[in-house]
Design a protein around this ligand. Structure first.
Ligand code: ADP
Ligand code: ZN
Length: 217
């Protein structure tokens, strides 16, 4: 069974962690625009070079660039066949409208938009303690989910780092951008009857359980 799901919520709400859990259950494509962008920056591709300064300051990368990126990923064969979890896209109304058009072109419908709710204080607490493995994408937290050996990824043995944009001032900026540009999407999906709220402060399989309860997986 395929699932077509959008994950919404502020930075640090746990979109990446929940997506990984969903993927454990079903082998659905996990499309994280943040991961794709960071990889593009690392490889110094045209997109990466264009996106870097926006990302470093916590601003949004321009819509046309993001929409082009998603379009080229979504038309690959696995998406129509097996479904997708979109993590980090859409982030603006323009992006949401573009996604609707793209899905329509592909004759696909969205099953659900999951909104991970979490307070600003919790976001700051989580993100300042967050560490990531750039090699395999594993996510850790120095307080609640530390690596077994300090600085070394449990999954792949790579070095674990703090993202440049997980510094407090940049986090505050990302939260402001989220409130202005992304939070209107809650309404957008609510009006379409696709919005489901889950508590982002709770355990990391709330999204899986919600999707199971609405018959999406
Ligand atoms: P977060 O933890 O804030 O959800 P992400 O890893 O999803 O972080 O994204 C990191 C950065 O990449 C964002 O702050 C933004 O600059 C850029 N980005 C990711 N997805 C998008 C998008 N859909 N539209 C615009 N910018 C994006
Ligand atoms: Zn790793």
């Amino acid at each position: 069974m395929s699932a077509r799901v959008v994950l919404l919520g502020p930075p640090g709400a746990g979109k990446g962690t929940q997506a990984a859990k969903i993927k454990e259950k079903r082998n659905i494509a996990h499309i994280s625009t943040g991961d794709i962008l960071r990889d593009s920056v690392k490889r110094k591709t045209e997109i990466g070079l264009a996106a870097k300064s926006y990302m470093d300051s916590g601003r949004l990368v321009p819509d046309d660039l993001m929409i082009g990126m998603i379009r080229s990923r979504m038309v690959q064969g696995d998406i129509a066949a097996g479904g997708f979890i979109l993590d980090g896209f859409p982030r603006t109304t323009v992006q949401a409208e573009a996604l609707d058009r793209l899905l329509e072109d592909m004759s696909l419908c969205l099953d659900a938009a999951l909104f991970l709710e979490i307070s600003d204080d919790e976001v700051v607490r989580r993100l300042t303690n967050r560490r990531v493995c750039p090699s395999c994408g594993a996510i850790y937290n120095v307080i609640v989910r530390p690596t077994k050996a300090e600085g070394i990824c449990d999954a792949c043995g790579g070095s674990v780092i703090q993202r440049d944009d997980d510094k407090e001032q940049v986090i505050r900026n990302r939260l402001m951008v989220y409130r202005e540009r992304t939070s209107p999407l809650i309404d957008y999906y609510e009006k379409r009857g696709l919005l489901y709220r889950v508590d982002g402060a709770k355990s990391s399989d709330t999204a899986v359980r919600l999707l199971e309860s609405i018959g999406v997986m």
